[in-house]
Write a protein that binds this ligand. Sequence first.
Ligand code: URA
Length: 295
Amino acid sequence: MISTDSVSDNLASFSDANQAIALLKFYLESGADAAVEDLPRSRFGVAGVPAEPAAAAKPAPAVPATPVPARSAPPRATVTSPAAVLAAGDLAVAESARAAAAGANSLAELQEILRRFEGVEALRARATNMVFADGNPEASVMLVGEAPGADEDRLGKPFVGVSGQLLDRMLGAIGLDRTTFYITNVCFWRPPGNRKPTEAELVAQQPFVQRHIELVKPKVLVLVGAASAHALLNTNDGITRLRGRWFEYNSPGLGAPIPTLPIFHPAYLLRQPAQKRETWADLLKLKSRIAEIIH
Ligand code: URA
């Protein structure tokens, strides 16, 4: 279900019928099979239930609270040293990861080095498969999510479970599929019981994620969810504040910074379907940025 107000607000913002059709398709594919009003409407004049929805209750239009124009200098995120709060042992693991990752000159080498990496044994020992990446490594768009779940662990591929299927449908609505994007995570093994990866685990794997991005060198980076945005943008700002704003990701092995867009994680959208319209706005930004960069 989706609110009729949000449908009409969003549809009204399009001059192009094709965009409106794509939005309706996106709603349908996201599981919105009925349009309902935000407030109940009494057809019989029942006390306490407004005959028409109150104007004040109309939700805000689908625009980010603090838009950052794509052309105003975007915030930079250059990879820096890990948080000082980590224990010395964790920092030593991160240092060995950095040395190991630096030795990878291809994705195949990176995958092999990672497979032998013993720095996150609590994850590796309990996982069925390492989950490296999926999609087209030559693609211009690279997405980075959080960590594999049970389905990903079983199949050895990122985003193949329920939230991955929603992500595929969302990206499909702007014309992208796994032949036109490449996808990975900031954590390569499933955390037991689907717990969040710890700070130490993320710091230990960060050099591999950094090298992964350097080797793919995408033209646009999409950070799917808070864990990925925090790990790659060196910020603790909430995803609600970060999403929909363009950042620049940079690291020593990249010739130039990469335009980077954080978005809500599809698992969050499954729990909070009302947030899909924010994500739709973000996907339209992504679509037009891709069009600018690639054509
Ligand atoms: N969620 C993620 O962040 N990554 C996956 O691969 C699957 C679910």
